[in-house]
Design a binder for this molecule. Structure first.
Ligand code: GLU
Length: 398
């Protein structure tokens, strides 16, 4: 008898979280590791948000809530879409879940079947292909190029379409590259989705973390036809430094949202009641702390991109949003350290961790081996020190 299901056997832990755990365990052993691992803002959750949670506890708001979130949270989500994206949703078209990842998981379970193809542009966030596969659909990886700003070309997208194409995943701004689509580019994608009749899963979790006055547009806002074919996946984790609170949300056609709610009802039930109250405050309360965090991220981005591009043989795309850089280290592959050859992003990441004491996530985990991902949601001081270590360790490769 097989103990594990085939599904479980083919699954490995999320590499972003695994790297984080590895860095933390080294730190616990007293090793000074600089972590550019998981994308987690180093800021504390803003005070007003924490106060809302404390109030919820004090008032005994500690019981089951409706599966897809309380009415006040749904209204806060609806108001956010109206205010920021000009999108009008009803309560039956939005759902709160236990993190953006959970929203995506529910969605995959709700709309994918065996034989469905889901287009995943690479570099992609590490959990998209496994979550598509867990829903028994086939992730179809379409590569993008660094020189095109890591954006999907319409030509490549069209080539990847088949009668089995059920959906396209877009993540703008993107984890891991920080690239983002303009309104015009999204219009082209939307036109194709409507004419070829496939869904768009739009992961907008980094919407608020953008630089150089870039204007984020939600593809769902580009017309009624595309709105009917789009499910937005979002969450409070990145914007409000609330990664541990686990509140994500989704918005889309009622039929899909209702199926997602059924899946949630049979698995996790509602997301944590207290975290829901905190999220109402996050979405509807003062937004000044977000602006402060984004200003700090922008300063760090400028620094990190500049320094990486000064390292011989390294190129780094300047992100428009999110808090990751995705530098290309390909010119170092084939070099050796103490007789051991480094041939790919995993071996280089291991070298950085073991020798330089710097944690990065290998590009291969995002479907792009020439690269490493560095999260700059960490202090400028650590960024400076981490880059010095990377730079020095690269000099030791021959
Ligand atoms: N999304 C973040 C990252 O890519 C957090 C970890 C995860 O869920 O993957 O680092």
């Amino acid at each position: 008898m097989n103990v594990l299901s085939n599904r479980a056997k083919s699954l490995k832990p999320s590499p972003t979280l695994a790297i984080n755990a590895r860095a933390k365990s080294m730190q616990a052993q007293g090793i000074h590791v600089i972590s550019f691992g998981a994308g987690e803002p180093d800021f504390d959750t803003p005070r007003n948000i924490k106060a809302a949670a404390v109030k919820a506890i004090e008032e005994g708001f500690t019981k089951y809530t409706p599966v897809g979130g309380t009415e006040d949270l749904k209204d806060a989500i609806i108001n956010k879409f109206q205010r920021d994206n000009g999108l009008t949703y009803k309560r039956s078209e939005v759902l709160a879940s236990c993190g953006g990842k959970h929203s995506f998981y529910n969605l995959a379970q709700a709309i994918f079947d065996e034989g469905d193809e889901v287009i995943v542009p690479a570099p992609y966030w590490v959990s998209y292909p496994p979550m598509v596969a867990l829903a028994r659909a086939d992730p179809i990886i379409v590569e993008t190029k660094e020189e095109n700003g890591f954006k999907l070309s319409m030509e490549d997208l069209k080539k990847a379409l088949t009668p089995k194409t059920k959906a396209l995943i877009i993540n703008s701004p993107s984890n891991p590259t920080g690239s983002a689509y303009s309104k015009k580019e999204l219009e082209e994608i939307a036109d194709l989705a409507v004419s070829k009749n496939f869904f768009v899963i739009s992961d907008e979790i980094y919407e608020k973390i953008v630089y150089d006055h870039f204007k984020v547009v939600s593809i769902a806002s580009l017309g009624e036809e595309i709105r009917k074919r789009t499910v937005i996946v979002h969450g409070v984790a990145k914007t409000y430094a609330m990664t541990g609170w686990r509140i994500g949300y989704a918005a889309g056609p009622e039929e899909i949202v209702s199926a997602m709610s059924n899946i949630q009802s049979q698995s996790t039930s509602n997301p944590t009641s207290i975290a829901q109250k905190a999220s109402v405050e996050a979405l509807g309360g003062p937004q000044e702390d977000v602006a402060k965090m984004v200003t700090a991220f922008e300063q760090r981005r400028n620094y990190i991109v500049d320094r990486l591009n000064k390292i011989p043989g390294v190129s780094c795309f300047k992100p428009i949003g999110a808090f990751y850089v995705f530098p290309n280290f390909f010119s170092y592959y084939g070099k050796s350290y103490q007789g051991k050859k480094i041939t790919n992003s995993t071996e280089l990441a291991d070298y950085f961790l073991e020798v330089a004491r710097v944690a990065v996530v290998p590009g291969i985990e995002f479907g792009a081996d020439p690269f490493e991902r560095l999260s700059y949601a960490t202090s400028l001081e650590d960024i400076k020190e981490g880059l010095t270590r990377i730079e020095e360790s690269l000099k030791n490769l021959a």
